[in-house]
Design a protein around this ligand. Structure first.
Ligand SMILES: Cc1cc2nc3c(=O)[nH]c(=O)nc-3n(C[C@H](O)[C@H](O)[C@H](O)COP(=O)(O)OP(=O)(O)OC[C@H]3O[C@@H](n4cnc5c(N)ncnc54)[C@H](O)[C@@H]3O)c2cc1C
Length: 415
């Protein structure tokens, strides 16, 4: 049945939902707070789970044309002790993750959405009325009624409490500073690399490829910092900060040469949001609005894509909207829960002042990761395919083959 659907938020979840619901013949209207949504933002790691969604959408080739295949996640202490060393090949030799610029995914999804030109930018939705069918924007204007409202307004969702039943919703005390840097000269172009000093300092470098219209391959650069220190960091200026980065990781010096102003680094905070219910009436939460978590496991965009596809699938197969929303939530909840649990446990090991916990991490994570059962579990969590404690999210053989072919083409093309 064709429906009139509003989507609130044009991030990864909202964009992906817009493409899929429009393809299914629904009439889709998108409301976005940012006046002119565009291809900007940091880089992220797409896991096999999220790549499979893009493959099903026919967008894997476009993603591989811009993204950087990532084979290994490697984290070490300043003294060179390996803390984490995981290779996707441990799951399947044909698998990789793909580092991608947010701007590249934005452009690819925008190009696949015929309604992109009609997105209502500069329209922040402040409330929902009439069982979630009517939107009220910040200026008090009403929009709707709609048959369904997809709320994809991100981790800092204003609407979460109006739609879902919130069990936990709190910000993490630590966040990150990030920017994109030219990748030229960096030797680890197929690896996410991290370096730690206890859990107090962490640098991360992720190859994220290019974005449409730009030839320069880039790295996503992350520096961990307590949110309460963001302003002091800004006031202290870049030079003092650079020397503490270089103390931890001298080899990154050439990469940082173009960083002169605090304004060149953006700030990011994260939340831990757990809801007992993701839908009410005609409204449903997807992406970070439904289940924000720390980015420690690199799953948020992947979850957003999986949510959008599961929602479109449920609407296609169920005649009744309420049935479809219940089926969507049931299907996604088991997958999401294990990641929320793990990210809540792991985040203080990497971002906190808990030196003893970091010491145990340095001593224990490597050996635990070499135990066969634990290793498989860790690899599946990493690849986004762990479902509950013992289940698996299946990867289609045709997708795995397509990913292997696309990656091989990139290697031959010298990317
Ligand atoms: C430092 C950092 C690193 C990360 N690394 C990774 C990674 O490697 N891999 C990964 O998978 N994930 C990563 N993530 C997580 C990932 O970015 C998020 O999980 C993902 O962007 C969530 O998508 P979303 O569409 O739900 O929300 P968002 O992408 O936040 O989109 C929400 C949209 O809604 C709009 N909006 C907000 N409020 C309103 C309103 N009231 N009305 C209208 N529009 C509104 C916003 O402007 C925005 O466009 C990282 C996050 C951070 C902070």
């Amino acid at each position: 049945m064709k429906r009139r659907i509003a989507i609130i938020g044009y991030g990864s979840a909202g964009q992906c939902a817009a493409v899929l619901l429009e393809r299914d013949g629904h009439h889709v209207e998108v409301f976005e707070r940012v006046p002119a949504p565009g291809p900007v933002g940091a880089g992220f790691l797409l896991q096999p789970s999220g790549l499979q969604v893009l493959w099903r959408m026919g967008l894997l080739e476009a993603v591989l044309a811009h993204g950087a295949p990532v084979e290994r996640l490697y984290g070490e202490t300043a003294a060179g002790r390996a803390v984490m060393d995981m290779r996707y090949a441990g799951l399947d030799p044909r698998l990789v993750g793909v580092g991608l610029q947010r701007g590249a995914l934005f452009s690819i999804l925008a190009g696949a959405f015929a309604g992109h030109g009609q997105v209502r930018g500069g329209t922040a939705i402040a409330a929902l009325e009439d069982e979630g069918r009517v939107l009220v924007d910040g200026a008090g204007r009403r929009h709707g009624p709609y048959d369904l409202v997809v709320v994809a307004d991100g981790a800092d969702s204003l609407l979460r409490g109006q739609v879902g039943r919130v069990r936990r919703d709190r910000p993490y005390p630590w966040g990150a500073l990030w920017c994109l840097l030219p990748a030229a000269g960096w030797p680890h172009l197929r690896e996410l690399r991290q370096r730690y000093a206890a859990a107090r300092r962490m640098v991360g470098l992720l190859p994220v490829g290019t974005r449409p219209g730009e030839e320069v391959a880039r790295l996503g650069f992350f520096w961990s910092l307590p949110i309460a220190q963001f302003d002091r960091w800004h006031a202290d200026g870049v030079d003092a900060w650079k020397s503490s980065v270089l103390d931890l990781w001298p080899e990154v010096e050439p990469l940082l040469s173009g960083l002169c102003e605090p304004a060149q680094l953006a700030r990011a905070g994260y939340r831990d949001s757990v809801l007992a219910r993701w839908h009410r009436g005609r409204a449903v939460l997807v992406g970070d609005a439904a289940h924000a978590m720390s980015p420690q496991l690199g799953q948020g965009v992947n979850m957003a894509l999986l949510d959008a596809m599961a929602l479109a699938d449920a609407l296609r197969t169920r005649g009744d909207v309420h049935d479809a929303l219940a089926a969507f939530e049931r299907g996604r909840r088991r997958h999401v829960a294990i990641y929320q649990l793990w990210s809540r446990w792991l985040t203080p090991m990497f971002q906190s002042e808990l030196d003893m916990v970091a010491r145990l991490r340095d001593l224990g994570l490597g050996p635990v990761g070499r135990l066969p059962l634990a290793r498989m579990h860790m690899l599946r969590v990493l690849g986004g395919t762990q479902q509950g404690l013992f289940g698996r999210l299946a990867l289609d053989e045709a997708f795995v083959e397509a990913l292997a072919r696309g990656t091989a083409r990139q290697v031959q093309g010298g990317q």
